[in-house]
Ligand binder design. Structure first.
Ligand code: TYC
Length: 111
């Protein structure tokens, strides 16, 4: 049926003589900080172990982050895409609850 046929399409490149530059890399995804919150009950050793085993910090960096949270109330465990950040929070909460630690984490967008 003639009515089903698309009308002739404008060809913007031919009309303007401009061709937009192609993307050579895909856009960077939004990134999120995983924040670790201080409390009076979770042991220092457990927090250092979490930072090593879940957030892949070496023992020295893990200790610095743990002490920063202990002294300042909150600190950054790492920066990830939303899905990775969420997975790390879920894993950490499960491991903390298994030992009855009230450790709290949160996620906040970078910038
Ligand atoms: N304040 C805890 C203690 O003295 C240690 C601690 C550090 C707990 C960081 C939580 O996110 C935390 N045992």
């Amino acid at each position: 049926m003639a009515e089903d046929k698309k009308p002739p399409q404008r060809d913007n490149d031919k009309q303007t003589g401009l061709v937009l530059e192609e993307r050579t890399r895909t856009k960077k995804p939004p990134m999120y900080k995983v924040l670790l919150h201080n409390d009076d009950y979770t042991t220092r050793d457990f927090v250092v172990w979490i930072l090593q085993s879940v957030f892949h910090k070496n023992e020295s960096d893990a200790t610095v982050i743990m002490m920063h949270v202990h002294n300042n109330g909150v600190g950054v465990a790492g920066v990830y895409t939303f899905e990775v950040a969420e997975t790390k929070v879920t894993k950490t909460m499960r491991l903390a609850k298994a030992q009855d630690f009230p450790l709290q984490l949160s996620i906040e967008p970078v910038e």
